[in-house]
Design a protein around this ligand. Structure first.
Ligand SMILES: NC(=O)C1=CN([C@@H]2O[C@H](COP(=O)(O)OP(=O)(O)OC[C@H]3O[C@@H](n4cnc5c(N)ncnc54)[C@H](O)[C@@H]3O)[C@@H](O)[C@H]2O)C=CC1
Ligand SMILES: N[C@@H](CC=O)C(=O)O
Length: 816
């Protein structure tokens, strides 16, 4: 035997009711269904309450609603029943509505609405819906009776929230079924009656309660609660997109999750079914074939250690602290006694074992009253400062992580707090019952969404991780990076269990954002057509709102202005990955601060592509430093552009022509003069020196500038390339001179005991850099360990493909 219950959302429209009637027999299957409980049509109970209140206030506008209510129910009959059955059904509805009209008029005349009349008035919602639905079921060939639950459920006269006389009720229900050969009953939810027949209602979740009572009376094998979600989800799907339905939950888990906001069941209402160990299945009326969630007695260890992460918004924390609490028996009793006397509901309690403070979470509406009550109760302790001020903190949320399997499983709390800590979420209070079923943390309300996501990610993704990437600068490097991610997304997902998502792209004009990840096919068009203007502040706010565990910003611009935002992102725990050398070549303090900020906020600031593009030059220096291997000399070619120019410059093509090709190949800086003037190479040398721990600045580096003096002023790159032609001869003379000496021209960077320097040198054909080709870079490090032969790294040192690959490598290094 089964019992079903459908809530108001399931019977919101005639179409939905007809759908239920059409698949109901299949849903019952081979088993028997003894009772199906329906709530009032969606919105009807609220409308009845409003009508009652207006009538009680002497406002006759309730009559208009009465008319519309009649219209809605008659309309439903017309839509669902054939004409031959309509007049009888309409007569039944009118009969009920006449009674409703009478009672409302009575309330209107005496201008007094008692709880008793309110219960009577609200009972019409379920009477009307169930009366109509039982006719619809019959029309669909389902053999059933209409059962007004007031004839079997007996309560006391606490109107609005009446207490059920369970023994009498269960007996009445069993007798009722005995006389009807267990035929299916369509039962009014929510309503009941006193012993003397006065209508009462069962309070919040009343229809669930009705169904649970019937399930208990009939010793049902299953109670099915049909609603508008697929079951109990692991978290709120509006906040955590990846939330999914749990197959099974224990009664305790379901109650904990419901208490903390997963409003699938109202705990007291499931007690009759729970105490008889009747499984409760939550199902979706809109998705009837989905198996839903079964809530029942937990038999064995389950697949998931935690079952859900829920939250309560908008709580206030009251902190009572002071030496007066230490070792004083009875203080807790006074605190809770005072609040209980004021009928204040306490949601969470924590006390440090030092007994120096007690924290209580209450609803904000109760906070001021609670504070006053405590001040009154503890006035003596407050006056002699044995209790410091009673502090109220508002705008907080409680996050609750629930799961029976947490019991005796070490490391769960650690995982929760690590996830919160990494995302820079401050915890104001923590509570865990000794049952270890629920770990709760009080946090700022603004951090709630982030907290739910990071905890969900930590527990439910198993080996799969998600990275949320935001790219500033969609030029050569940024563009290549976006294309690479687009092309490798599937590979990362299937082979590396890594979901690489790009959630934001900003160039100098536009900003494209998508919290679910931008579909990267055609990202250029999407960026061009978005209406959002470029705005790093808006991007930061978006990141804050949607932050997930692995959030990374990539600065692929050459702009100082973007560098100014790094601090703010790092402080949010967001990793910064950049090929842009500007941040690391401003003052030493800024360089240190960025690394410190990354460390303090448990995130990373990575800039491998600042030197040698995708080659691991920075990493090599970091490794020497980390292993205590003293570096004596760094020498190499660090400019891909200058390497290319002097590797190719043999007199067969003019120098200016080679610069143009280097630019076309994507080796140069946005302005090629930043390469030719030696500053790009100087920046790179400085970055390696700083990585080594040397507090140098750009001014400390001797730089040979190859840009003719007349071309150093304001001018765009194309004009520069045109004007450079005039100087081709001068460059050729320098080449001829080197050739005459049997030497090669190479633009070297050197860091040793002398002045750090970058300059064009004529080197012997045996010099390590003499064999470089194309845009190749080379790093030679002489250290204690590498003293006889230096450590050498060589390879392509510029260009979009290798650089974007280096950026992607840095992104991957940040993923936790
Ligand atoms: N080209 C290469 O081989 C290498 C380049 N780099 C560095 O990578 C960075 C990018 O270089 P490229 O892609 O070659 O330059 P690019 O000029 O092709 O691209 C830069 C992009 O940044 C955008 N931009 C400028 N200011 C911006 C702002 N405030 N907000 C958002 N976007 C902005 C521009 O619109 C442009 O699309 C530079 O810092 C460069 O030094 C590093 C290693 C190698
Ligand atoms: N313009 C730079 C690009 C890499 O940093 C170079 O030529 O090396």
């Amino acid at each position: 035997m089964q019992v079903f219950k459908f809530g108001g959302s399931s019977v919101g429209t005639p179409e939905r009711i007809q759908e239920i009637a059409s698949w109901f027999p299949d849903a019952v299957g081979k088993q028997q269904c003894g009772g199906v409980v329906f709530s009032a049509f969606q919105g009807v109970t609220d409308q009845l309450i409003s009508m009652a209140e207006r009538a009680g206030a002497g406002d006759d506008s309730y009559t208009t609603d009465l008319g519309s209510m009649e219209g809605r129910h008659i309309d439903a009959i017309r839509k669902m029943l054939p004409s031959s059955q309509q007049s009888q059904a309409i007569a039944g509805v009118k009969f009920l509505l006449n009674d409703l009209e009478d009672i409302l008029q009575g309330v209107y005349l005496v201008k007094e609405l008692t709880p008793r009349s309110m219960d009577f008035i609200t009972s019409f919602g379920e009477q009307l819906s169930n009366y109509i639905i039982h006719l619809v079921f019959r029309h669909h060939g389902i053999d059933c009776d209409y059962l007004d639950a007031r004839t079997v459920i007996v309560t006391d006269d606490q109107f609005g929230n009446a207490e059920v006389d369970m023994d009498a009720t269960l007996q009445n229900i069993r007798n009722h079924y005995k006389n009807r050969d267990n035929r299916l009953q369509v039962i009014t939810g929510f309503i009941a009656a006193t012993e003397t027949g006065v209508t009462t209602t069962l309070g919040r979740g009343g229809s669930d309660y009705t169904a649970s009572i019937f399930a208990a009376a009939l010793e049902a094998e299953e109670l099915q609660i049909w609603t508008d979600v697929d079951g109990v989800l692991t978290s709120d799907p509006r906040v955590v997109k990846e939330a999914f339905t749990m197959d099974v939950l224990s009664y305790e888990e379901a109650m904990e999750l419901s208490h903390f906001g997963a409003k699938v069941i109202h705990p007291p209402t499931i007690e009759p079914a729970m105490s008889r160990e009747i499984p409760i299945r939550i199902k979706n009326t809109m998705n009837p074939s989905f198996p839903g969630t079964v809530i029942g007695k937990m038999e064995s260890k389950q697949e998931h250690i935690i079952k859900g992460i829920s939250s309560i918004d908008n709580v206030a924390l009251i902190r009572v602290q002071g030496s007066g609490l230490v070792g004083m028996a009875g203080v807790a009793q006074r605190i809770f006694g005072a609040l209980a006397a004021g009928r204040i509901n306490i949601i969470l309690i924590t006390q440090a074992s030092s007994e120096h403070s007690v924290c209580l979470a209450v609803m904000p509406k109760d906070a001021a009253k609670a504070k006053k009550l405590l001040e009154k109760e503890l006035r003596h302790e407050l006056s002699i400062r044995k209790v410091a001020d009673i502090i109220v903190e508002k705008d907080l949320s409680i996050i609750a992580v629930v799961g029976e399997n947490m019991r005796n499983t070490p490391g769960i709390a650690g995982k929760i707090f690590q996830a919160l800590g990494r995302s820079r979420i401050n915890i104001s209070a923590i509570a865990q019952g000794s049952s270890e079923l629920n770990i709760s943390a009080v946090i700022q309300q603004r951090d709630k969404a982030k907290a739910l996501r990071v905890i969900h990610d930590a527990f439910f993704y198993g080996p799969r991780k998600t990275a949320n990437i935001y790219v500033f600068g969609a030029g050569l490097i940024g563009g290549q990076l976006l294309n690479d991610i687009r092309d490798k997304q599937d590979w990362f997902l299937t082979s590396r269990h890594l979901d690489l998502r790009v959630n934001g792209i900003m160039n100098s004009k536009k900003l494209l954002l998508d919290e679910d990840g931008i579909e990267l096919g055609g990202w250029e068009k999407k960026l061009a057509s978005t209406r959002k203007q470029a705005d790093p502040g808006a991007l930061l706010e978006f990141v804050k709102k949607n932050q997930s565990p692995n959030t990374i910003i990539v600065d692929a611009t050459a702009d100082e202005a973007i560098v100014e935002w790094y601090d703010a992102f790092l402080k949010q725990g967001v990793a910064v990955v950049t090929p842009n050398k500007k941040a690391n070549t401003n003052d030493w303090e800024q360089y240190r601060r960025l690394s410190d900020l990354a460390r303090d906020n448990d995130t990373q600031f990575l800039y491998e592509t600042n030197v040698g593009a995708g080659l691991p030059f920075v990493e090599a220096v970091k490794q020497r430093v980390a292993s205590g291997d003293e570096i004596h000399r760094i020498e190499g070619v660090f400019s891909g552009t200058l390497s290319y120019l002097f590797n190719k410059f043999d007199g067969s093509k003019p120098f200016s022509e080679l610069v143009r090709v280097a630019r076309e190949n994507g080796y140069t800086e946005p302005d090629p003069r930043d390469d030719l003037n030696g500053m790009d190479a100087a920046r790179k040398l400085l970055i390696l020196a700083r990585t080594q721990g040397k507090a140098l600045s750009l001014d400390d580096i001797e730089v040979e500038n190859l840009v003719p003096e007349e071309l150093r002023g304001d001018m765009d790159p194309d004009t520069f390339l045109e004007k450079l032609k005039v100087y081709d001869e001068a460059f050729e003379q320098r080449l001829d001179q080197a050739k005459k000496e049997g030497k090669l021209l190479r633009y070297l960077a050197i860091l040793d005991d002398g002045t750090p320097r970058v300059r064009l040198e004529a080197v012997d054909s045996g010099h390590p850099v003499s064999g470089l080709e194309g845009s190749e870079n080379m790093l030679n490090i002489t250290t204690d360990a590498y003293s006889e032969t230096p450590l050498v790294i060589k390879g392509p040192g510029a260009g979009p493909v290798v650089t974007a690959n280096g950026v992607l490598n840095d992104i991957l290094k940040t993923i936790k």
